[in-house]
Each structure stands twice: as structure tokens, then as C-alpha cells.
Design a protein around this ligand. Structure first.
Ligand code: ATP
Ligand code: MG
Length: 297
């Protein structure tokens, strides 16, 4: 079973973090950062650096290369710890709890904020599946891992930005609390996926509320979710408020694929309510509404 990054993080000292940060920075330039450069940049003596490395190695936070030179790179667990340290220092995260779920392109953990509120930490892992395929070809494996880190960070940045803008435009989204590297922190939603929600008191209002959010995202923020379905909407228990989650793949309204994606998002969600609750809103009308061509449906 993969280890909980929160558990590993707690075992790290400022020296360990310092070395991780030095490697992270130099990974833009090197696939494996040469040990001598790490030593000189860390301003620590050789002996201390090797103690730190034996610890980082055994915790699987770094990976060693031994060939014409000795070098290191950080692993995804190492990257998780770097993000956590930053989030803890900035008072966004207090503790990391159990795993909430494994998505296609993310690992989600339950956590606590310094104010003792439940939070969710989403570690983006872009290209995880393709990386496994690539790994068989040893030559490309390490290269894929480096860009995996960068792409995951870009994905997290996109999601965080979308959440901030959507919140301002009163789109129903999880409340974003912070981001570091590939990790997005948001408030925990006390709810279940729309797919699993049983007996909504008013399914039609629920659908209209979702379409209102799609409309606001489109007209005010200028973006299309792009992966909307009963799997990416959560229903808050008690209020029955539908909340649109999982935004990294959004596209801007001006993007050539935006019209197709908007239509698909609307069709999927309308199709679900029709199949499950016999609520019928014509797709054409709904599309007019979300594009701002009519005021209400
Ligand atoms: N803010 C939140 N509060 C509570 N649960 C959440 C929150 N955000 C996400 N989840 C849960 O975690 C799951 C995965 O989240 P998300 O869809 O953002 O990631 P993903 O990698 O795209 O996963 P998937 O591949 O399953 O779509 C969701 O289906 C939901 O059950
Ligand atoms: Mg999802």
C-alpha cells in the first residue's frame, strides 16, 4: 500500500527539506542532479548531506542515479512532501488524514485546516498511466518522470485558478483554500456524488441549479468545464446544493473545442436527469440558456 505523504512528512527535519528543495530547483536543468552540486548549494558538510540522503533514500523521497556520476532526483512522494511543507508553513494545512480516493489523474486526501475544518488535498498526477507504459522503455522513463512533475503542477495551477474565478462568479464549486506545486487544497464537501445521491426532493431544481452554474462559468468566467457528468457533481447533504468539482481540464470560451465541449457537458447532465428522474429539459433550450441567448428556462 502506498504510504501516506502526511506520515512521511512528519518525519522530516528542516535539513531534509532543504536538500529536497535544492534538488527540486535544479531538476529544471538536470534529469539527475549531480551530488557535488547539491552539496555546494546546500551549504552543508559532506557528512551531514550523506546522512540526509540515506534517510531520504529509505523513505523513497529521492531516486539515485549511479553511472558516470552520482545524481539524485525527487520522487512524487518527495514532491508531495515539498508541497505539504509549504502548505503547512502558510497555515493552509494543519494535518493530512486518510486517502479519500484515487482518481484517474489525482490522489485525494482528507485533512484538517489550522482552524480544525475538514479540508481536501488533491495531489495532481498527470500522465500517471502513460508513465507506466513508458517505463518499459528505460531510456524515456526518467524524462517522463520530470515532465510528470511539471505537468502535474500546471494542472493544479489551472484547477486552482478556475476555482477562484468560479467562486467569484457564484458558480457552485468547492471553496479553494490554497495551492502549492501539484497540490490543490479546498474545503471538504459534506456530500456524495450526484451519481450516488438518493431521492432528491426536487430533481428539476437541482438540474436548473447545475445549468445556472454552467451558464455563470461560461458567461462570467468565460470557461467550459469540459468533463461534466454525474461523476463530477457532488450533492451537499442537507442543502441538496449541487457542486461542480474537478476543473483542471476546463477550456476557455474562445478555444476551438469550447462549443463542442459545452454541448457535451450540457447533454450529459440533461441525459442523466432524464434517465434517472424523468426530468425533461430540451438540450436546445438549455444550450440557449447557458450561452446567454435567453434569460431563463
Ligand atoms: N471538496 C471535496 N470534498 C469532498 N470530496 C471531494 C472533494 N473533491 C473531490 N472529492 C471526492 O474525490 C473524488 C475525486 O475527485 P476529482 O473528481 O476532483 O478527481 P479526479 O482525479 O478527476 O477523479 P476521477 O478520475 O474519479 O474523476 C470525487 O469523486 C469526490 O468523491
Ligand atoms: Mg473527477
Amino acid at each position: 500500500m502506498p504510504v501516506n505523504p502526511g506520515y512521511v512528512f512528519k518525519q522530516l527535519t528542516p535539513r531534509d527539506m532543504k536538500i529536497l528543495r535544492v534538488i527540486e530547483k535544479l531538476m529544471r536543468k538536470y534529469e539527475y542532479v549531480p551530488l557535488d552540486i547539491i552539496v555546494s548549494r546546500s551549504r552543508m558538510v559532506d557528512k551531514d548531506v550523506s546522512l540526509v540522503f540515506s534517510k531520504l533514500n529509505s523513505l523513497k523521497l529521492v531516486k539515485r542515479y549511479r553511472g558516470d556520476y552520482t545524481g539524485y532526483r525527487i520522487t512524487s512522494l518527495g514532491y508531495d512532501c515539498l508541497a505539504l511543507e509549504d502548505l503547512v508553513r502558510r497555515n493552509i494545512v494543519y494535518a493530512l488524514g486518510p486517502k479519500l480516493g484515487v482518481g484517474k489523474e489525482a490522489d485525494l486526501y482528507l485533512g484538517l485546516s489550522p482552524a480544525n475544518e475538514k479540508i481536501v488535498v488533491k495531489f495532481h498526477r498527470v500522465g500517471r498511466t502513460s508513465f507506466r507504459q513508458v517505463k518499459r522503455l528505460r531510456v524515456y522513463a526518467e524524462e517522463a518522470e520530470v515532465s510528470w512533475l511539471l505537468r502535474s503542477s500546471i494542472s493544479a495551477e489551472r484547477e486552482f485558478k478556475a476555482l477562484i474565478e468560479c467562486l467569484k462568479a457564484q458558480v457552485n464549486v468547492p471553496i479553494p483554500l490554497g495551492r502549492s506545486r501539484h497540490a490543490v487544497v479546498m474545503k471538504h464537501i459534506n456530500g456524495v456524488l450526484l451519481l450516488k445521491y438518493r431521492n432528491p426532493s426536487d430533481p428539476e431544481t437541482m438540474l436548473r441549479t447545475i445549468l445556472d452554474s454552467v451558464r455563470r462559468a461560461y458567461l462570467i468566467v468565460g470557461i467550459v468545464h469540459g468533463d461534466l457528468s454525474e461523476y463530477n457533481v457532488m450533492v451537499e447533504l442537507g442543502t441538496e446544493r449541487p457542486i461542480l468539482i474537478d476543473w483542471p481540464q476546463y477550456v476557455e470560451r474562445e478555444h476551438p473545442s469550447a462549443p463542442i465541449l459545452l454541448e457535451r457537458d450540457v447533454k450529459y447532465i440533461i441525459g442523466f436527469f432524464k434517465r434517472k428522474y424523468r426530468v425533461e429539459i430540451p438540450v436546445k433550450e438549455a444550450l440557449k440558456y447557458v450561452r446567454g441567448k435567453i434569460e431563463e428556462i
